[in-house]
Design a protein around this ligand. Structure first.
Ligand code: GLU
Length: 261
């Protein structure tokens, strides 16, 4: 068998909620093929618990208190896990849920425990599905966004790639929503201060917490540790398999541009 690869893939709230069960199914089919055909272990990070619950309750208020967000996440998390589990079942794989607070990585004893749990799940060919433990996270212990969580897990688990599935096609020279002519950047060996400044101006996720700024911060952190990061549209057909085949999708940061597994 060829070398085992390890990827961390993070799906943003907008993609999870708008794509719903069908998109989750398509992702998990790819995860299964990555595992079986390309020998890629995937650690999946999902957002969308709060957004999913917001859509399914009548709690759609512009300003929410922390306990209200915590309560929404407690409603939404099992609902999105249901979707992942059903989708994985159809491929013959099992999923597992791991909910994290920032101290699970910062604290050395807890991060060792986390590392052991994730390693064991991967050894059993079970797909770990992670999210921030929003039901108990408060500002002091928050990752803040799942881009950051995913990059920290990728570093801790020595992943080769970090793939951020989002609602834009990648990093653009200017905000494509305001400048439709703006060109997509296919590759950067590393991010520049100009990239970060551009993302800062053009960043705001319509749902969820991230935005381009948090993606570039996550990519910069991962790149620093030699992890190749891809910013890719989440509903691009077969996006993960295309990346495994070495096709240039979205924006790649670090690594060599065309590198099939
Ligand atoms: N953990 C949040 C949720 O599941 C999303 C955070 C993010 O969008 O980065 O709703």
């Amino acid at each position: 068998m060829s070398k085992t690869h390890r990827w961390v893939v993070k799906a943003g709230s907008k993609m999870v909620c708008e794509g719903g069960p069908l998109l989750i199914r398509a992702w998990m089919q790819q995860v299964s093929l990555l595992r079986k055909k390309h020998n890629v272990e995937v650690i999946w990070v999902t957002s969308g618990a709060i957004a999913w619950a917001t859509e399914r309750t009548d709690f759609d208020r512009p300003k929410r208190t922390l306990p209200q967000k915590q309560a929404l996440s407690a409603i939404g998390q099992p609902l999105i896990m249901d979707q992942y589990n059903i989708a994985l079942q159809a491929t013959g794989l099992l999923g597992s849920q791991v909910l994290l607070t920032a101290s699970d990585i910062k604290n050395s004893v807890r991060s060792r425990n986390l590392h052991n749990t994730l390693s064991e799940l991967l050894r059993w060919k079970v797909i770990p599905i992670l999210n921030e433990n929003d039901a108990v996270s408060t500002e002091e212990i928050q990752f803040g966004d799942n881009d950051s969580l995913a990059s920290q897990v990728a570093i801790m688990m020595r992943a080769e790639r970090l793939i951020l599935l989002t609602d834009v096609d990648g990093l653009y020279e200017a905000d494509p929503k305001r400048h439709p002519q703006a060109k997509r950047i296919a590759y950067r060996q590393r991010l520049s201060a100009k990239d970060h400044a551009m993302a800062k101006h053009n960043s705001k996720a319509s749902i969820g917490t991230g935005g381009m700024r948090s993606k570039l911060l996550a990519a910069g952190r991962a790149c620093h540790q030699g992890i190749v990061t891809h910013l890719v549209r989440g509903d691009w057909p077969n996006n993960l398999l295309e990346i495994a085949a070495g096709r240039a999708l979205g924006t790649q940061i670090g690594g060599r541009l065309v590198a099939p597994l």
